[in-house]
Design a protein around this ligand. Structure first.
Ligand code: ZN
Ligand code: ZN
Length: 289
C-alpha cells in the first residue's frame, strides 16, 4: 500500500469548542508501531464532551490531540520489530493504552491500569482515528480474524465494554436484566445471549444457552435453619425475661415480705414460657407445611 506524505485530520490544539480540519504529514512508524489507513471511526458519548471541551473533557483528555478513539482500518506500514501484523491486515484499535507493568496490569486488569494512556484523548499520544493515517503501537491493534464490515469492526470497542461487564459474571443459564439500553446496553443484551443466558427477550442476541432458572441463592438459609434461628431467639428472650422477673420477685419479697406478689410473677413466668413455646411450634408447623 502506498502511503502519501500528507493527510487530512481533525485536531484540537487550543481550549475551544470544535475541531480544526488541517493537513499534516503522515506519521512515521516508530519501533513497535504500525501505520493504519483508517476506514471508519465511530463517535462515542465522550466525543461529544471532547468536541465541546467542557469540564468533563478537561478531566478525560489532554490537548493537543486528534479525536476518535473507536477506529478500524488496514495496516499500511509496520515499524521495526513488528512481527504479529503485516501490511494489508485489517485491525481494530484498542484505545486503552495500558502500561502492562503496574499491579493491575499484572493482575490482567489492563482495563483499569494505573498508568493508562488513551488513544484519541491526547493521553500518552496525540494520535486518534479522525485522520487518514494513524500511528498506533502494534500491541494495541486487534487483527480481524473474521469478515466483519468496517461498520461492524468500528464497534468492537464499545462491544468490548459490554463484553467485559457481562463476562465478569457467569450468565450461563441465568435470566439477565440489562438496565439502560443505549449502544453499550444493547451490546450487553447480545453478549449475554451469546454467552448463554437463559433466553427470553434476547432478540437477535439470543443465544443457544437455555439452562435452568435459579430462584434463590444457595447461600440463603433453609426453612429448617430459619426455625432454629427463631427457637434460639425465643429461648434467649425467655431466659432474659425470666431472669428479670426472678430478680424483681426477690426485690419485692425482700421489701414487702409478702408471698402474694411472688405467686403472681410465677404465673406470668409460666404464661410467657408457654406462649413462647406455642409461637415456636406454630412457626415450625407453618414453615414445614
Ligand atoms: Zn468510546
Ligand atoms: Zn498498567
Amino acid at each position: 500500500m502506498s502511503v502519501p506524505s500528507q493527510m487530512k485530520c481533525l485536531v484540537k490544539e487550543t481550549e475551544k469548542e470544535g475541531y480544526d480540519l488541517v493537513t499534516r504529514p503522515v506519521p512515521k512508524a516508530g519501533p513497535g508501531d504500525v501505520i493504519i489507513k483508517i476506514d471508519k471511526v465511530s463517535i462515542c458519548g465522550s466525543d461529544i464532551n471532547l468536541w465541546k471541551w467542557n469540564d468533563v473533557a478537561k478531566v478525560i483528555a489532554t490537548i493537543p490531540f486528534i479525536p476518535g478513539h473507536e477506529a478500524t482500518g488496514v495496516v499500511a506500514a509496520a515499524g521495526e520489530g513488528v512481527t504479529e501484523l503485516r501490511a494489508g491486515q485489517r485491525v481494530a484499535v484498542e484505545n486503552h493504552f495500558y502500561c502492562g507493568s503496574c499491579y493491575l496490569c499484572k493482575e490482567a486488569r489492563g482495563d483499569i491500569c494505573q498508568r493508562m494512556d488513551q488513544y484519541g484523548h491526547g493521553r500518552g499520544t496525540d494520535q486518534g482515528g479522525c485522520c487518514q493515517f494513524s500511528r498506533v503501537p502494534a500491541r494495541f491493534c486487534y487483527a480481524l480474524t473474521r469478515d466483519l464490515t468496517p461498520d461492524q469492526a468500528v464497534l468492537l470497542e464499545p462491544m468490548g465494554v459490554a463484553h467485559n461487564a457481562v463476562d465478569s459474571i457467569d450468565v450461563k443459564g441465568e435470566d439477565v436484566l440489562v438496565l439502560g439500553c443505549g449502544p453499550v446496553g444493547l451490546f450487553a443484551v447480545a453478549v449475554a445471549g451469546a454467552l448463554g443466558q437463559s433466553g427470553g427477550g434476547g432478540g437477535e442476541g439470543e443465544g443457544e444457552g437455555g439452562g435452568e432458572r435459579i430462584h434463590a441463592s444457595e447461600d440463603a438459609p433453609s426453612h429448617k435453619q430459619h426455625i432454629y434461628i427463631y427457637i434460639y431467639i425465643y429461648i434467649y428472650i425467655y431466659i432474659y425475661i425470666y431472669i428479670y422477673i426472678y430478680i424483681y420477685n426477690i426485690y419485692i419479697y425482700i421489701h414487702t415480705n409478702t408471698h402474694t406478689l411472688k405467686h403472681i410473677y410465677i404465673c406470668i413466668n409460666i404464661y410467657i414460657l408457654f406462649s413462647n413455646l406455642s409461637f415456636v411450634s406454630y412457626y415450625s408447623v407453618f414453615h414445614y407445611a
